[in-house]
Design a binder for this molecule. Sequence first.
Ligand code: PMP
Length: 419
Amino acid sequence: MNDTTRKRFPASEKLLARAERVIPGGVWGHNKFPAVYDPTGYPWFAERGEGARLKDVDGNWYVDFMCGYGTMVNGYARPEVDHAVMEQARSGDCLSQATERSVELAELLVDTVDGAAWAAWGKGGSDATWIALLTARAHTGRTMVACVDGAYHGSHGWCAWCNPGEGRRPLDSHDVTTLRWNDVAGVEQLFAEHGPRLAAVVITPFHHPIAGSAVLPDPVWLRALREHCDRADTLLISDDVRAGFHLDLRGSHAYFGFRPDLVAFSKALANGWPIAAVTGTEALREAAAGIFVAGTYWNSGSSMAGAIANLRLMKEERSVERMHVSGEKLVAGLLSLGELNGVPLRVSGPVTMPTVTVDDDQDFAWMRRFAVHMAAEGSFVHPMHNWFVSAAHDDEVIEQSLDHAARAIVRAQEDLGGA
Ligand code: PMP
């Protein structure tokens, strides 16, 4: 592909200019900070998705490795899931009472997720982590929570510590303390200092910090956490919002071999339809029944119908296994391209959620250029967030993207003369 066939984004740029007049920052949420990408030369607005591909408002198609930030696991617009959603919506979506779908979905989650005796609902990941924490506080009668340095658990007030910036005050994160990932001595210290006051320790199943390399859990650290939690009557919460159903249908704790008391899910549960779930052990049923926490849309049935259809599809089609095979191929290909071009490219985290970094890449400058060139070639990636591989990323899709990456690496090197 030469320069004349590289993608252009006039419609996106026009829409961004319009958006900046009426939406603070132009794009709300993940891509808000223009620092992530170049303000020009990037597909800011999407029009549709199909399988593993995304189409922007300029009519360009991309192989999408962000997968709706991990919500899409079985391909965009997957008919089986969308049909179930529409069917339910035809009877009304947000009704005044819960629907039978909520019971069916809870039954399915209890059958599917390791250690789950019950399930409860929210709409987004921040709801799920908050509900899990409230349940832990109700069960233990304590308020303090420990989280891992650099982790992200959502946008609610208690997460102010992981959402730095204007508008956040230390008071929002009152009674939150931190520990370091995989630091066994740190666990001892945490419990020695705070054990009797700790309602919960919240961890992600592997460390995927807000920006930068991912780190897998050390089984010794996981064991130390579990033992100390048991001894202090502190609960262990797995925030599986991002990783859930990308590593193992039984929950990512089953993949890594640990036993949480509560698990928070959202992103991948309904292949992009909005829903979150918390699952818990039998011992926590009463505490969960006793808390009052609610959201207007939390019982709406259509996303629940979507989640049921999506989980069934994942079981039937062995989606997670296929994601692992495609992820292996992508990661191997990227690493060999790095080697071929003399770029110290690293891939961390599980292959279905690879985090791509380059050694000594100040402010992700190299990765930013790489992401821009990947978009110009026809693959959509993020320079500092993990990517996602879905079950729709088949061999052909991965090969096409590796072809894009081969050229994008050369161009990023030309721009920056190395990392
Ligand atoms: N926990 C983790 C691990 C997440 O990655 C996210 C979202 N990126 C959240 C919680 C919050 O989810 P939401 O944005 O849906 O509120």
